[in-house]
Design a protein around this ligand. Sequence first.
Ligand code: UDX
Length: 453
Amino acid sequence: MNIVVVGSGYVGLVTGVCFAELGLRVTCMDHDAGKIDRLTMGDIPIYEPGLQNLVRFNQKAGRLSFTTEAAACIGQADAVFIAVGTPTRKGDNHADLQYIFAAARDIAPHLRGYTTVVTKSTVPVGTGRRIASVIRDVNPAASFDMVSNPEFLREGTAIHDFMRPDRVVVGAESPEAVEVMRRLYEPLTRQDVPFVVTTLETAEMAKYAANAFLAMKITFINQMADLCEVSQANVNDVAKIMGLDKRIGSKFLRAGPGYGGSCFPKDTRALAETARSLGVDLGLVSQTMTYNDTRKHKMVDRILASFQGSISGKTLAILGLTFKPGTDDMRDAASLVIVPALKAAGAHLKLYDPKGMEEAQSCLGDDAGEWCANALDTLSGADGAVLITEWDEFRALSPETIAKTLKYPVVVDLRNVYDVESMASAGVTYTSLGRPVASVLSAPVVRAKIEAL
Ligand code: UDX
């Protein structure tokens, strides 16, 4: 089968390459000629583990090509996937659908024979039908059906998530379209991946519901971390105990500085906005968004408190800048709030991220601080460190190394990466999220209580 993927950003590229890997002939289309030139040469504009090799391999095998021209590929396609961005619209919190409708207008005149038009992009409920009507307006003779096939790809593990999904969701209008989707995903469904067929509206809504629920789960554990902090409980253990309950599950219960990335912030905003415009109260989602935004600022207060209220004139090592490890993506990263605030408070910053340096420099500005080459270089001679993103390179640092490399061993860990007692034994003044400080844990009365449990 032939497919075209419109939009060669993160989702479009991973989708196209993975379908090629599954044996389909795939054309990835994008208006950005520079991007298409780079991709044609096997050069990937984003960092995603494994993606570059997969692109080059499938190009060589003749299954994957790139173009800027709809006329060159749409007519031969059995299915056209729309995978363009749906960022937050300027001026309000709705999803900006201009790129979606532009893609629909772009492909419409070139549709030939029966074609399945699939939305991969995350779009508000009702958008699929609006896309169909745009296509019909431009090309009344087109023979096509609309499908909503949301993606659930996490940056950093996107290829695995495509190849081993928890489910494939197909919201479709007709049995013909369902059949096309079944054939496309057959290599996965043969391995028992659940294939859920539903309506267009349900598929569109399910994607938002899943992301909003995960965002809410993170927010819940972050709020529990706040409570643990003032009650000598340990949020890591609370999360573990909760997660062992199969009804809850252990994933997405790691306390942190507040979620970021290309999906949770924009999708929660869009879902809340859809609900508001339809007159439905989605209070849980609104509170999740508000708390998450505030949390990033609260992290700044926490850092200041760890340095007795003043960081003016101090040198701080900042470990990790991207919104999570395994990506170079800076969208809605906690560092975008924390770094400028620390700088404004008078600190000299030493900045480092294993993969996101280029992106971080362009988002934070070259003058945000001193850009370092690795973790040790960053820590060296600093008056303290703040860990924002939990890259393995930072996990690998021993407390002793941290203590002897910093000028003053003060560490604020916003991802609970290190062991509280080991840091204390190494002489580090250590602050993390929702965990009792070592002195409390080792106090004989607390120890006795824990052992008696
Ligand atoms: C997310 C969804 O997981 C994916 O299904 C979707 O379709 C796209 O959006 P992604 O944004 O790549 O994926 O990252 P994810 O791993 O979900 O993390 C999002 C944010 O939540 C990150 O900032 C991460 O650090 C934070 N997070 C995640 C936590 O703070 N705690 C957790 O337990 C999990």
